[in-house]
Design a protein around this ligand. Structure first.
Ligand code: PXL
Length: 296
């Protein structure tokens, strides 16, 4: 592969004009980390669907193949292929074909199997998306499902409590589907009689090459902001492309999202607009500081 000064990521996501999710979160995050983003848009929405009750939606499935054909004619190569929100079974097939063509040993394949949250599929997702998404997961090096998406991929009922040992079993089963690294976000942590403890949700990961489980605790902040999953995975990709180890990359992702939420929470504005990313992006230019990850 050619020597590139700037690492290059193909980002296969929707473009939502308002609300800081998908490409409008991914592009600034990776750019701030010195990585070039080449978007392959899956759909164009006026605004994302989390917390807004109306939006326009233009499905780009029919344009994707021609778009990809031009990238093939340009002989483009990528250091990473990163897919997220996909609107249809057909789009998943197109992404699978993209991974077959542009993927390889020197290309990190990251699949964020965006399907739902809080135990439910997103309103725009049809139930058959889960079966199709499993095929894409099988082609990935790294997957970053949230706890709900992990349950859907495994056919497990959603639950509000889980032990570390049970999460480890889930991680191994997900890794057996293909990916060498599995990172589950929003894993419920300890609760005491309804009162939430400080370390309430965790990111727990399994890395097959190192045969290691990693855990990073996140302090509970009572606010949900759409798009934080896209920013989180982007920070992990940027960090890995900069040469960080997996636990450091996960830790940087968790620290950055926590900082964004803390910096946003004190301001009175609709949460559906996402975290105040623009205020915090410069943090990504700083070197990683002391991590809070632990080995499980
Ligand atoms: O961040 C995930 C996401 C991506 N794209 C669209 C969404 C959402 C979450 O709500 O609505 C269109």
């Amino acid at each position: 592969m050619e020597q590139r000064v700037i690492k290059r990521v193909a980002a296969i996501h929707d473009l939502s004009g308002f609300g800081r999710a998908s490409l409008t979160a991914i592009i600034p995050t990776l750019s701030s980390m010195g990585v070039q983003v080449c978007p392959l848009p899956t759909a164009i929405l006026s605004n994302h669907t989390g917390g807004f009750d109306h939006y326009s939606f233009v499905d780009l499935t029919d344009t994707m193949e021609e778009y990809i054909d031009h990238w093939k004619r340009l002989n483009l190569t990528f250091d990473c292929i990163y897919s997220g929100f996909l609107g249809s079974v057909r789009q998943i097939e197109i992404v699978a074909g993209f991974l077959d063509h542009f993927g390889g040993e020197d290309t990190l394949a990251v699949v964020d199997p965006v399907m739902g949250d809080n135990g439910r599929l997103y309103s725009s997702m049809k139930p058959e998306i889960t079966e199709e998404m499993k095929k894409l997961v099988g082609k990935a090096d790294i997957i970053t499902p949230n706890f709900t998406e992990a349950a859907f991929l495994l056919g497990e009922p959603y639950r509000e409590e889980i032990t570390d040992e049970e999460v480890k079993a889930w991680l191994l089963r997900l890794s057996e589907m293909g990916p060498r690294t599995v990172i589950i976000t929003s894993v419920p942590g300890r609760r005491v009689t309804g009162r939430v403890q400080s370390e309430d949700t965790n990111v727990i990961a399994y890395d097959r090459p190192g045969n290691a489980f990693w855990k990073v605790g996140c302090r509970y902040i009572p606010a949900f902001y759409p798009g934080t999953g896209d920013t989180f995975t982007s920070v992990i990709i940027g960090s890995l492309l900069q040469g960080d180890s997996l636990p450091v990359a996960i830790d940087r992702g968790v620290q950055f999202i926590s900082q964004c939420i803390k910096a946003s929470y004190g301001f009175d504005y609709p949460r559906r607009e996402g975290v105040l990313l623009e205020k915090e992006l410069d943090i990504l230019k700083m070197p990683a500081i002391m991590g809070s990850f632990e080995m499980l």
